[in-house]
Design a protein around this ligand. Structure first.
Ligand SMILES: [Zn+2]
Length: 379
């Protein structure tokens, strides 16, 4: 993989902030011509930014329609790699580099009507002074899917107005909705019920675990709670299982939801997912002791990827990690059976499409698995 310095000329090979060179692929012909950015997710990860903002920036700069389609990031029209890397540099200069120390270490802090940056390298903290349409887009679509507090209606109205002049906003907005992590785990998802459950959970937690961090009040979702629990200190498998069980009871999760929750809590970023799986193999293998439980585990995995679309490209890597892990989490039979299994029609057309997509993504690994013996000799 070719690397470049972030926000600096490539003359300094020892510069510590690197990112992959953005690749572009032109596709289609005639009116359907478009440009795909196959490694935008990796580039965005190096920049510690949601790829949707980078794509949006591209669209604005090019005056083109931008879209995420089947987790492929694309714009209409033809552009060259050089052109796109120049635009990317401009984006980095405006939104990624600290205005004070020039390191790519700023974190965005987006409020209902404020956009400040906080630099981890030098401590610089100030409103971001950038005049760009993306700035407004970020204000209306803050990171993490969080809606700005208050003024929400206003923001929505503003968004509607803007989409009239821009067009592509509507598409991105829909896409973003699909990408949003759904926290509706429980049967009763009314706000009051959720609040009540949270309260119960807190009462429970206070008694059972005095050391638990208190800063989980507002945003506590099953995933963030479990993740915080796991990260807090070295936990052994039994501890995590007990906590998982506790959340399962508090939220009335079924087995699939429980395993999905565990995967979500463990796998924070798509790129590190495979390594995370191998690292936590002993824990994960607790759920896959026989062929039936492996089947259930794969159903949960499928659900996880469908709700966390950014993991979609990493389906083969993750499956491979389940397979390679020590102890093994999923065996060959289970994976092949899942890959060939018919798709449930219960969830409707969209669900069916997504389930097909997961299997399609899995193909490289499944093929490899089928030919594993021959491949070993080639290696
Ligand atoms: Zn700084």
């Amino acid at each position: 993989m070719k690397l470049r310095n972030i926000g600096r000329p490539d003359t300094d090979p020892n510069y510590r902030y690197k990112m992959p060179v953005l690749t572009v692929k032109n596709e289609g012909r005639g009116n359907g011509v478009r440009t795909v950015f196959p490694n935008l997710v990796d580039v965005a990860k190096a920049l510690k930014v949601d790829p949707k903002y980078v794509l949006k920036y591209f669209g604005i700069e090019l005056g083109a329609h931008s879209e995420v389609k089947n987790d492929r990031y694309l714009v209409t029209g033809t552009v060259t790699a050089k052109q796109m890397n120049d635009i990317l540099d401009k984006f980095i200069a405006q939104f990624i580099i600290c205005p004070n120390c020039r390191d790519p270490e700023i974190r965005w802090e987006v409020g209902s009507n404020t956009f400040e940056v906080d630099c981890a390298a030098c401590g610089y903290h100030a409103p971001l002074k950038v005049q760009h349409k993306l700035y407004d887009f970020i204000l209306k679509n803050p990171p993490g899917g969080a809606k700005p507090k208050g003024g929400q209606k206003k923001a929505k109205k503003g968004r509607k107005d803007e989409s009239k002049e821009e067009g592509e906003d509507a598409v991105l907005e829909v896409k973003q909705k699909e990408l949003e992590v759904d926290d509706e785990w429980s049967v009763d998802t009314s706000e009051e019920a959720q609040r009540q459950r949270r309260l119960e959970e807190f009462a429970e937690r206070k008694v059972s675990d005095k050391s638990a961090p208190v800063d989980m009040k507002e945003k506590a979702t099953p995933t963030t709670m479990l993740r915080a629990f796991i990260k807090e200190k070295q936990r052994d498998v039994r501890d995590v299982l007990a906590e998982l069980r506790r959340i399962q009871l508090a939220r009335s999760l079924d087995e699939t939801q429980k395993i999905r929750l565990l995967l979500e809590a463990l796998c924070e970023t798509p790129k590190e997912a495979a390594a995370t799986i191998e690292k936590n193999a002993r824990l994960l293998a607790q759920f896959t002791q026989d062929s039936l439980s492996q089947k259930a585990f794969l159903a949960a995995f499928e659900e996880f990827v469908i709700t966390q679309q950014n993991f979609m490209p990493y389906v083969p890597h993750m499956l491979q990690a389940f397979y390679n892990a020590e102890p093994q989490v999923l065996d060959e039979d289970a994976i092949l059976m899942w890959a060939d299994s018919s798709i449930s029609l219960v969830g409707g057309k969209e669900r069916e499409k997504q389930a097909k997509l997961v299997r399609q993504k899995a193909e490289p690994f499944v093929e490899w698995l089928k030919n594993a013996e021959e491949e070993e000799e080639d290696d």
